[in-house]
Design a protein around this ligand. Structure first.
Ligand SMILES: CC(C)(COP(=O)(O)OP(=O)(O)OC[C@H]1O[C@@H](n2cnc3c(N)ncnc32)[C@H](O)[C@@H]1OP(=O)(O)O)[C@@H](O)C(=O)NCCC(=O)NCCS
Length: 175
């Protein structure tokens, strides 16, 4: 699949309203404006927005704890899902995690969200346990997924393979 290319840039306070509008469509318990302001002020967070032309279509974020990174958010506006845009955001998060020296990445995903689990499995994330009734509205278990060995060539090659599969240039490609 060739995917439209997103511009991915650091999230700023001016993006909070559009991010909250996207979250209202994507999450059952979206963060409020005050939480977002705190997140943007925290040095251990890395939040980005994804733009196509002038429109913000999604966002994603990490919590960085020493060499462990936690994927806290990945959201694409429902009108633009299934076009490879979420995949680009996860690629960005894992590139960033590798750049800051991350060794492992983890996340929680709704047990019922099989498609989202497949998205993460494509990157090599593996289920490693469940948190009972972690989510509300509707109640659902969380599947905890992990991706280890982020600094190894094997992971770099996997990210490059996905980049090529969706039609983006890989890091080793010469233009
Ligand atoms: C999860 C979410 C960000 C995905 O965004 P998206 O732009 O739709 O994702 P993409 O199109 O890049 O990728 C999803 C696809 O990757 C697919 N995929 C997995 N492995 C693949 C492979 N080897 N080759 C091709 N596609 C593959 C998935 O099955 C899915 O395919 P589908 O759209 O045909 O069903 C989006 O659905 C969303 O915002 N959901 C609500 C918020 C949420 O739950 N976020 C996750 C929090 S952990």
């Amino acid at each position: 699949m060739i995917t439209p290319v997103l511009t991915i840039e650091p999230m700023a306070a001016r993006n909070i309203d559009v991010v909250r509008a996207i979250d209202a469509r994507c999450y059952s318990s979206p963060w409020g404006a005050a939480t977002w302001r705190n997140e943007l002020a925290e040095k251990t967070r890395h939040h980005v927005v994804a733009r196509m032309d002038d429109e913000v279509l999604g966002h994603a974020g990490l919590l960085i704890m020493l060499d462990e990174v936690h994927v806290t958010t990945v959201a694409i506006h429902p009108d633009h899902q299934s076009r490879g845009l979420g995949t680009q955001l996860v690629l960005h998060l894992l590139d960033h995690a590798r750049m800051v020296g991350g060794a492992s990445a983890t996340l929680e995903v709704r047990a019922s969200a099989r498609r989202t689990q497949r998205l993460y499995a494509r990157f090599g994330f593996q289920p490693a346990g469940a948190r009972k009734s972690y989510y509300s509205a509707p109640v659902d278990d969380a599947i905890v997924m992990w991706l280890h060995d982020l600094q190894t060539p094997r992971i770099g090659q996997r990210l490059d393979l996905i980049r090529r599969e969706i039609g983006l240039a890989a890091e080793g490609d010469v233009s």
